[in-house]
Design a protein around this ligand. Structure first.
Ligand SMILES: *Cc1c(COP(=O)(O)O)cnc(C)c1O
Length: 491
């Protein structure tokens, strides 16, 4: 059963949590208990079968044969190679490559299964309607969601991105998506304005009523949906199983995890795996210059009112980290009253937790950050040392791991979650590797080719020939015109 972090709803089934996305009236769905799962019982299984074992206890109303079909996505060629999340040995640590899906970022790991989880949830609830997924994106989520939902029967998706606010590769990835049910809209404004406008649409009762007449209900594919967190728990078990198999970890001893963090979904999934009994030692959170979380772990004050920086790791440019609420719920001893109070205060942009909660947070997570120069420098230095190329997000993780090592001298085997292929951010990666810090950036398409020449690595399939593919018509609108755009398409 699922309950709200703010105590305003409980006893909900998985299908309700997944269909609703977030708790009406505020709050996020969390499982009321964490089922225990011993990693030893998963030894020798394939990724697909591990996924089924991890997800089953959280989805009691999902028939097993249905779940078997859903997790098959990890083996049907959608992810390149036989292993959708390989653990690569680099230096003395491990890199868990989570970007072998169709869009070359880790969001595929969950967004390839979310549409099915949603479909089954709707069936379970006997809701005889189609869904309209609205997504606001600063880059990676948009394409991963489009790929996940394209051509799914009974599902439509519209992705809104800030015009001029995403990289050339990211924009092309989105506008070249096939599928009759996929739509892409450029919104005039920055990401915040775009996201705020989309959130407002979810609350428009007249529009909702008009869509309902067309048998359409809204749903969300962003990372507050439980259906996106659950598939992410799987790859931490998978990382541990590989570490044992590769002899990096003696069976039963702990492994540390470093996660490049924005909305805190990925790190939270690692924490949930730890709660289920996976021997994870330190959870290490790595932020970029938007280091609101690092400050929180030092002071206990969450201060979101601060300058916003556009960085070379744009998917982590986030000041209001939505899944952090779920983490605080656990750290406070599941005190829904406290969460409600803190997030009421958050309307003014800040809150402060009590000393006991802060202590618990600090005992669970080590938090660090990396500035822009350090990130570029880490890409270049790591390439020289290990001939391994980090994308800017993962490089933030690498830098924080180095800081952690020099502070603690902790020799525990550590895995860095690698969240994107370096090819997705070729210009910046190339800038780092060529140490041409003060020259202007190369054209993205030339940079892709140059990066492949320099490293000998293949360009991921999903990024090949992108500049040649036909693009769909992109509607451009002001934030307040979004409802009109939706009416034009669907009513
Ligand atoms: C979304 C994203 C992140 C941040 O993940 P969260 O779960 O939001 O913390 C990090 N790196 C990349 C490449 C991403 O796309």
């Amino acid at each position: 059963m699922y309950e709200s972090t703010r105590g305003n709803l409980s006893g909900q089934r998985a299908s309700q949590a997944i269909t609703l996305g977030m708790v009406p009236g505020g709050g996020l769905f969390v499982p009321s208990t964490f089922p225990a799962l011993n990693w030893r019982d998963l030894q020798g299984l394939t990724y697909r079968d591990v996924a089924q074992k991890v997800m089953t206890p959280y989805l009691p109303e999902f028939p097993q044969e249905v779940l078997t079909d859903i997790v098959n996505i990890y083996e049907d060629g959608t992810f390149d190679g036989l292993n959708p999340a390989p653990l690569i040995s680099v230096g003395g640590f491990g890199v868990l490559e989570l970007w072998h899906g169709p869009t070359a970022a880790f969001k595929d790991m969950a967004l390839q299964v979310l549409p099915d989880l949603l479909k089954v949830s709707l069936d379970q609830l006997e809701l005889d309607t189609d869904v309209l997924i609205l997504v606001a994106t600063s880059g990676d989520t948009g394409k991963a969601a489009l790929e996940g939902f394209k051509d799914r029967v009974g599902m439509n998706i519209v992705v809104f991105y800030p015009e001029g606010g995403v990289s050339a590769v990211q924009e092309r990835q989105m506008t070249t998506t096939k599928g009759q049910n996929t739509h892409v809209v450029a919104v005039k404004g920055n990401f915040d304005q775009c996201q705020t406008a989309v959130k407002r649409v979810f609350a428009m009762d007249d529009l909702k009523a008009q869509l309902q007449e067309k048998r359409l209900i809204f749903s969300s594919a962003n990372s507050i949906n439980w259906g996106r967190l659950l598939p992410q728990i799987v790859y931490y078990y998978w990382a541990y199983l590989q570490a044992v198999e590769q002899g990096k970890v003696t069976p039963g001893s702990t492994m540390n995890v470093v996660v490049p963090t924005g909305n805190f979904g990925n790190l939270l999934a690692a924490y949930y795996a730890q709660r289920m009994g996976l021997p994870i030692g330190r959870l290490i959170s790595a932020a970029n210059k938007n280091n609101v979380l690092t400050d929180f772990f030092t002071t206990g004050v969450y201060q979101s009112q601060r300058p916003f920086f556009q960085t070379i790791s744009p998917s982590m440019d986030i000041l209001v980290s939505s899944n952090f609420e779920r983490f605080l719920y656990e750290m406070s001893g599941r005190d829904a009253q406290k969460i409600q109070t803190w997030y009421d205060t958050m309307n003014q942009g800040t809150f402060e937790v009590d000393p006991a909660t802060l202590k618990q947070c600090q005992a669970t997570v080590y938090a660090g950050w990396s500035d822009e120069e350090e990130t570029l420098e880490t890409i270049s230095r790591s390439y020289k040392a290990y001939q391994y190329v980090f994308d800017p997000h993962t490089a933030v993780g690498m830098k924080v791991y180095e800081d952690y090592l020099s502070t603690t001298n902790d020799q525990t085997f550590t895995v860095i979650a690698s969240t994107a292929s370096p090819f997705k951010f070729s210009s910046n990666v190339l800038q780092a590797l060529e140490e041409a810090k003060h020259e202007s950036l190369k054209d993205e398409w030339i940079a892709l080719e140059d990066l492949t020449k320099l490293t000998g690595w293949d360009i991921p399939l999903g990024l090949q020939g992108l500049d040649q593919k036909p693009t769909k018509t992109v509607e451009v609108c002001e934030p307040e015109e979004i409802p009109e755009v939706l009416k034009k398409i669907f009513i």
